[in-house]
Structure formats: structure tokens, C-alpha cells
Ligand binder design. Structure first.
Ligand SMILES: C[C@H](O)[C@H](O)[C@H]1CNC2=NC(N)=NC(=O)C2=N1
Length: 95
């Protein structure tokens, strides 16, 4: 089973992820796209990398705003897989 990160390790990871914040046992980012189809297309690209990584975000879609919530369900909290996926989502979303 994957190891939970400590609070300090989570803070350190977040210092390298300025678009993300911690909400309890998850890392969270909301991405606003120019249009609803753009937002859905981004969700599709995130789905591909999530499937490759076998690590899947919770996704809340509200028109052009999509909130990605990353947590390792099997471990009951944040593991290294979560900041890893956050970086991959950032690379798709742009600045
Ligand atoms: C077997 C497979 O790797 C696991 O069920 C994965 C799938 N995707 C997952 N995604 C997330 N976010 N947490 C998990 O614990 C998890 N488990």
C-alpha cells in the first residue's frame, strides 16, 4: 500500500504547485477554460493521463470551471501519487 505523505511533505509538494491547495485529505485545483467544450476536452486529456497512471481524480464540472481533487483512496489520504498527478494536470492545463 502506498505511504501517506506527512504534513511537512505535503507542504513541500505544494510549494512547487502554486495552483493547488490542500483541502483535508486532498489536493485541489479549479481550472477555468475559455468555453465548456474546452473544459470537457481538458477533462478528456486528464482522463488519459489518469488512466495511464492508474490514479484517478475526483472531478467536479461546473460549466467552464472544473475542480480536480486528488487523493489516494486506497491509502485514505495524500501520497506521492497525488502531487505527481497534479504536475501532470498542470502540464496539460498550462499556466
Ligand atoms: C488497481 C488500481 O490501481 C487502483 O484501484 C487505483 C485506481 N485509481 C485510484 N485512484 C485514486 N485516486 N486512488 C486510488 O486509491 C486508486 N486506486
Amino acid at each position: 500500500m502506498a505511504q501517506l505523505l506527512t504534513d511537512g511533505e505535503i507542504d513541500a509538494a505544494l510549494s512547487d504547485l502554486p495552483h493547488w491547495h490542500r483541502a483535508g485529505d486532498a489536493l485541489v485545483r479549479t481550472i477555468e477554460s475559455p468555453t465548456f467544450p474546452d473544459a470537457i476536452a481538458l477533462v478528456g486529456r486528464v482522463a488519459e493521463i489518469a488512466e495511464e497512471a492508474q490514479h484517478h481524480p475526483d472531478i467536479d464540472i461546473r460549466w467552464r470551471k472544473v475542480t480536480y481533487s486528488l487523493s489516494t483512496h486506497s491509502a485514505g489520504g495524500i501520497t506521492a501519487a497525488d502531487p505527481d498527478l497534479a504536475h501532470k494536470i498542470d502540464s496539460l492545463a498550462g499556466p
